[in-house]
Write a protein that binds this ligand. Structure first.
Ligand SMILES: Cc1cc2nc3c(=O)[nH]c(=O)nc-3n(C[C@H](O)[C@H](O)[C@H](O)COP(=O)(O)OP(=O)(O)OC[C@H]3O[C@@H](n4cnc5c(N)ncnc54)[C@H](O)[C@@H]3O)c2cc1C
Length: 200
């Protein structure tokens, strides 16, 4: 998002007659680093590219409040009239309202994607939380949702045929982070594992 914003800023300044000298972009992140899914060298590349264009990064800075004119992290205040909130995808409140055992509207499912409450019920997509080998839950992504759909369908067929269901395993095809329309970083798993960075 920041790369795209930076790219479009000169146009916005001209179009809306904004005071360019007053515009400052902060990236405020609760975790110890940004883009944790990428190789550290790609992270450095992305962060340095954005820093060189004036973006300021604040990691280990959990936002505790957003109020008129400021974003607050504990005792620190970032003065801002424009706040872009990008802290992640969550499930639907319908999950909680329907009585599922859930956390942030996501149901922790068994490793075959069936519900812990009812083995005949399969829960996939952003409303599910699937355990990953590292003990955490897989993130909510389109790529993972599609892989879940394929397995859930075959597990339902297995159940109908009184066969054993299979556990969810995930092979990422890769992840791309755009730094605007002409630059980016990517890790692709296609005919090998590729770590890519750079300008078009
Ligand atoms: C800004 C953004 C960028 C993203 N970028 C990526 C990316 O680059 N790569 C990637 O892999 N993933 C990305 N994701 C995540 C990805 O979009 C989701 O993980 C994926 O779409 C989840 O699929 P889903 O079917 O569970 O939910 P969705 O695709 O969200 O589908 C749910 C559908 O249900 C409808 N709905 C919701 N509530 C109700 C209701 N009460 N009644 C009826 N209908 C309802 C919604 O309108 C929607 O059509 C992104 C998400 C966001 C928000």
């Amino acid at each position: 998002y920041i790369g795209e914003l930076l790219h479009r800023l000169p146009d916005f300044v001209k179009r809306f007659n904004l005071p360019a000298e007053k515009i400052k972009i902060y990236c405020i992140e609760a975790a110890p680093k940004v883009l944790p899914m990428f190789d550290p060298k790609l992270v450095d590349y992305a962060v340095n590219y954005l820093k060189n264009q004036g973006v300021e990064f604040y990691t280990e800075t959990p936002i505790t409040e957003v109020k008129k004119g400021a974003v607050i992290s504990k005792d620190k205040a970032f003065n801002a009239n424009t706040v872009i909130w990008t802290t992640g995808v969550k499930g639907s409140h319908v999950i909680n309202d329907s009585g599922y055992t859930q956390k942030r509207n996501r149901v922790a499912v068994q490793n075959d994607l069936s519900s812990s409450d009812d083995p005949n019920e399969f829960i996939i997509g952003d409303v599910s939380a699937v355990p990953s080998p590292d003990g955490r839950f897989y993130p909510t992504t389109g790529q993972i949702s599609v892989a879940q759909a394929t397995l859930a369908a075959s597990n339902i067929i297995a159940k109908l045929n009184n066969q054993k269901t299979s556990p969810f395993t995930y092979h990422s095809l890769g992840t791309v982070c755009s730094l605007g329309p002409t630059n980016g970083v990517a890790e692709l798993s296609f005919m090998g594992h590729w770590k890519l960075k750079g300008h078009k």
